[in-house]
Design a protein around this ligand. Structure first.
Ligand code: SAM
Ligand code: SF4
Ligand code: SF4
Length: 339
């Protein structure tokens, strides 16, 4: 890509990753994301016609690829609840410029879909699991589902030849005692485990700074039993800080949005399932791309508009966060914007 074609925001950050939420619904009710008391029977989830169609998603992805996007991550809600996701993946792999397609999932439906997804061109899955203790996990996912369906999902992804990373959100006083058992379990399996600091996304999870176990605290806890050393990022803007066990058995990572923000390299845009563009995970409002797609605009007009939105982007929420004032900002829910 020629330097003059690279789109840059107000802080000179380019655009490299696009996260596409394909659905806002989920089969789990993790309390830090979709608390059951809020996301209940009467919750107004998006309706079919509100969701971007596959044609619309592919068109958006094509426009973004022309602006420099190389990686696409499909997420949600639970993305495997969207019908024929493999078909979407197959089409996205054909978009000029897209080099990598990944998926974030709670893993439950992988035994059913892993093979199909791999065949369609998916390269990587991030599977979420917040505890290896059966009762703890049942409680955390809000649906009483045990760990075995997730372990079966991991097996299915391995069998299909997908690269796997695990994600664990750590909340002090909730599942912090699971950090070591999870680290031991996935070290033994040789699978990368990434610890995510509990974040103040959305407005429903009752976030407070006192619930955050920081990267440093986790690193000390793990390192005391299983020594690790830092490794360089794979590329500029990589979200996780990487470490490898000194015996070489596996890697771990930390997503430290709270204690060690990484806004200065942030090259990610997000599209919600109903086609709103968000230039930050903590945004208070999106830009309505779906209306533009559904009006009679040419690709050139759309592209010009998207470039203008990225040029104006000045988000750096995590670097500016005031932990005492997070509830004053009406942020978008994670299940809607896509993690
Ligand atoms: N349902 C899929 C899953 O759980 O992997 C994909 C969507 S989920 C919103 C994406 C990721 O966001 C998951 O790894 C989840 O644990 C993480 N997440 C959700 N709420 C979070 C919060 N408040 N703080 C940190 N991570 C969060
Ligand atoms: Fe569902 Fe993922 Fe949110 Fe849990 S974190 S409620 S699995 S969308
Ligand atoms: Fe990017 Fe916003 Fe997160 Fe900063 S807070 S790293 S700008 S998504």
């Amino acid at each position: 890509m020629k330097e003059q074609d690279i789109v840059r925001d107000a802080y000179n950050r380019s655009l490299h990753d696009l996260r596409i939420s394909v659905i806002d619904q989920c089969n789990f009710r993790c309390s830090y994301c979709m608390p059951a008391e809020i996301f209940g029977k009467d919750y107004a989830f998006l309706k079919g016609e509100q969701l971007l169609t596959f044609d619309e998603i592919v068109r958006v992805a094509t426009l973004f690829a022309d602006m420099g996007v190389r990686k696409i991550r499909l997420t949600g809600g639970e993305p495997l609840l969207r019908k024929q996701l493999d078909e979407l993946i197959r089409r996205l792999t054909k978009v000029n410029g897209i080099e990598d397609i990944a998926l974030t999932t709670n893993g439950i439906f992988l035994p059913k879909y892993a093979e199909k997804l791999k065949e369609a061109g998916l390269s990587r899955v991030n599977i979420s699991l917040d505890a290896i203790d059966e009762e703890m996990f049942k409680k955390m996912n809000g649906r009483g589902v045990g760990i075995h369906p997730v372990l079966k999902g991991i097996e299915a992804a391995e069998k299909a030849g997908l690269q796997i990373k695990m994600n664990m959100v750590v909340q002090k006083g909730v599942n912090d005692h699971q950090v070591l058992p999870m680290a031991r379990f996935f070290k033994e399996k040789g699978i990368t485990l990434r610890f995510i600091e509990f974040m103040d996304v959305g407005a429903t999870n009752g976030w407070s700074m006192k619930d955050v176990l920081t990267k440093q605290e986790m690193l000390e806890m793990i390192g005391a039993e299983m020594p690790v050393k830092a490794v360089d990022p794979h590329y500029v803007g990589e979200v996780a800080k990487r470490y490898v066990y000194e015996d070489g058995s596996a890697e771990i990572g930390f997503i430290s949005s709270i204690s060690d923000a990484f806004c200065s390299d942030c090259s990610r845009a997000r599209i919600s399932a109903d086609g709103q563009l968000y230039t930050c995970l903590f945004a208070t409002k999106g830009h309505d791309v779906r209306s533009l797609l559904r009006d009679d605009h040419t690709d050139e007009e759309l592209s010009e508009h998207l470039r203008m939105l990225w040029n104006k982007r000045d988000d750096r929420y995590s670097e500016e966060r005031n932990p005492d004032k997070v509830s004053e900002r009406s942020k978008i829910e994670m299940s809607y914007i896509g993690g």
